[in-house]
Design a protein around this ligand. Sequence first.
Ligand code: ADP
Length: 273
Amino acid sequence: MSECTHDCSTCGESCGSRQEPQSLLKEHNPNAHVGKVYGIVSGKGGVGKSMVTSQLAVTMRRRGHSVGVLDADVTGPSIPKVFGVRGPATGTEDALNPCLSSTGIEVMSVNLLLENETDPVVWRGPVISGVVQQFWTDVLWNCDYLFVDMPPGTGDVSLSVFQSIPLDGIIIVASPQELVSMVVEKAVKMAEMMDIPIVGIVENMSYITCPDCGKKLYLFGEGKTREAAARHCLPLLAQMPIDPKLAELSDAGRIEDFQGDWLASAADVLESK
Ligand code: ADP
């Protein structure tokens, strides 16, 4: 047997001092209540991940569930803005209170802690990961469903969320082009490597509805994304149109007023788990 380096991760010997790999998962605040936790991920930015996160939250809230949104997209936080929620968040020595939206959705985001919400977050990866972990460990969540708006891609903050927050599953958001080219495949593989179940895919910006005749126009071809999702054995949970009203409501901080129910089947799936 070679000399012990005390680094079991690089050694295959099963000696008496071998330590099993430790879970990096963190507990939430002991005074918090959190039911199911779902991460919303995308292969790249700008595909509507925050839009889908906020609409899922609204849909579940409308069905009578208590809901929270943890904004882990620290360098591009948009959750407080779309809900029209303003800081500063209050707290004590060891706990932070989430802010509440007009329908009672709990929100925590770095923007609720910054003095000025347009201040850039110029922190390095480990600091950002630490903040996201604190949003899990220190916030007094009281919700049946917590949605985590993840940073785009598969960088170190995403990895840290996967390792430290006990996710019940992830939902992948992709645009039609992304789905066909499977740009999201890296996110899928990352979740698989971390043993996190994939609930399914929400395709955003799938089509536009003609304002004159009501016909759905699939700009990238209908059916291709369903095929792409099936090829990768991922359920297609919903297809959301490009709707100027959505962009208008989110810019005005009134996303809770949207009328579409495109995510109803995604909500059904979450309720059945
Ligand atoms: P991401 O979180 O993936 O970076 P966002 O959710 O912030 O993307 O969306 C990017 C922009 O596109 C936002 O201005 C948002 O309001 C707009 N947007 C997203 N989805 C839609 C949609 N289905 N219809 C209209 N605008 C949308």
